[in-house]
Design a protein around this ligand. Structure first.
Ligand code: PAD
Ligand code: ZN
Ligand code: ZN
Length: 384
């Protein structure tokens, strides 16, 4: 029986307030309005950014349905939707691409005016939510909310992908993989033969490593305080891995020692700490080095640096979603994945049924997982 045009009751993980576990409860998902699509999620990854909201480091409106690294199938479409139809495989876009704002029209820009991250409203464009729980509205998260069996997105926040794509893997292209890979390929534009240092070897940092390797970097130094991350980093292309805890001197000095006193050409901070942001900046060459901020710094934090660090010529820049144009680039990355240009398996350490979402967050916090993929539906749930 078709569900189009009807309210769907389904399971979702609702975060009621910061610093509390999320609860999987029944919610109601309203039909999509004009220019919106309703999506049945098949899989979603858990990204550290979701956890930053739960810990209160990133401020959002509660109650909220988090999740922004998902993949699913269009269930129904609202009025005036011509580019999607039921059955299409899609990835919700945490960074929209409306195609009309000045940023979308700028070749290098990707932070579309419709992004709902820095002054979050947590509702659709018309100011209302499509989610209710026991009759009360629940906010959405960065226009995606993939921790729900069904979600509703504006067409600006959805990309149609290859019908043959395995959704339980390409969901990572919805955030972590693309953010890291794009940071190396598009933001930094890593050159063949160059040297790189990657601070933080979680799902996003390892994706930076994949990007640096595919760009032809000759030296990729992986840096993490958790040595359990080193084998995956080496498998993906890190030429050496170090822990700051093994050295008495500052880690940027260690990086200089490892690069004949020059510093790396490109450094990436993929943790989201203010001290490592400065260490990463100081690790790149003082004149022609570039340091990229990828990790999300906690809301409201400030840092003080010596201006000399940048005055001598270093470039310091950040990126949202690896500077990628989401709607254009995500389908291309899925095609590249299908053409075996990169592999996502090493990033997926755990696969759990959606109901075990809190276990997935515990694995992330304990440093035991890289990415946990949560599966909706009846797929075989195995822990890798
Ligand atoms: P993660 O928690 O899986 O990885 C972070 C890694 O950093 C872990 O392996 C930690 O052990 C390591 N780490 C922690 N402290 C230190 C330290 N002092 N020195 C060295 N290593 C350390 O997170 P993730 O890979 O999912 O995300 C990484 C960051 O990127 C996080 O801040 C997230 O919010 C941010 C992010 N940004 C964007 C964007 O668009 N800019 C998108 C997605 C994620
Ligand atoms: Zn993310
Ligand atoms: Zn736009």
């Amino acid at each position: 029986m078709s569900t189009a045009g009807k309210v769907i009751k389904c399971k979702a993980a609702v975060a009621w307030e910061p610093k509390k576990p999320i609860s999987v409860v029944e919610i109601e998902v309203a039909p999509p309005k004009a220019h919106e699509v309703r999506i049945k999620l098949v899989a979603t990854g858990i990204c550290r950014t979701d956890d930053h909201v739960l810990t209160g480091e990133i401020k959002m409106n509660f109650p909220i349905i988090l999740g922004h690294e998902g993949a699913g199938i269009v269930e129904s479409v609202g009025e005036s939707v011509t580019s999607f139809k039921p059955g299409d495989k899609v990835i919700p876009l945490c960074v929209p691409q409306c195609g009309k704002c000045s940023v979308c029209k700028t070749p290098e820009g990707n932070m579309c005016d419709k992004i709902d991250f820095f002054e979050p409203r947590g509702v659709m464009y018309d100011g209302t939510s499509r989610f209710t729980c026991k009759g009360k509205p629940v906010h959405n998260f960065v226009c995606t909310s993939t921790f729900s069996e069904y979600t509703v997105c504006h067409v600006d926040s959805v990309a149609k992908i290859d019908a043959a794509a395995p959704l339980e893997k390409v969901c990572l292209i919805g955030c972590g993989f693309s953010t890291g890979y794009g940071a190396a390929i598009k933001t930094a534009k890593v050159r063949p033969g160059s040297t790189c240092a990657v601070f933080g070897l979680g799902g996003v940092g390892l994706s930076v490593v994949i990007g640096c390797k595919s760009a032809g970097a000759s030296k990729i130094i992986g840096i993490d305080i958790n040595k359990d991350k080193f084998p995956a980093a080496q498998e993906l292309g890190a030429t050496e891995c170090i822990s700051p805890l093994d050295f008495k001197k500052p880690i940027n000095e260690v990086v200089f020692d490892m690069t004949d006193g020059k510093g790396v050409d490109y450094s990436f901070e993929v943790i989201g700490h203010t001290d490592t942001l400065i260490a990463a900046l100081a690790s790149c060459n003082m004149n022609y080095g570039t340091s990229i901020i990828v990790g999300a710094p906690p809301s409201g934090t400030e840092i003080t640096i010596s201006p000399t660090l940048v005055f001598t010529g270093r470039t310091w820049k950040g990126c949202i979603f690896g500077s990628l144009k989401s709607k254009d680039d995500i389908p291309k990355l899925v095609s590249d994945f299908m053409a075996k240009k990169f592999c996502l398996d090493p990033l997926i350490t755990h696969i759990l049924p959606f109901d075990k979402i809190n276990e997935g967050f515990e694995l992330l916090r304990a440093g035991k997982s890289i990415r946990t993929v949560l599966l909706f539906g009846d797929e075989k749930h195995t822990r890798k």
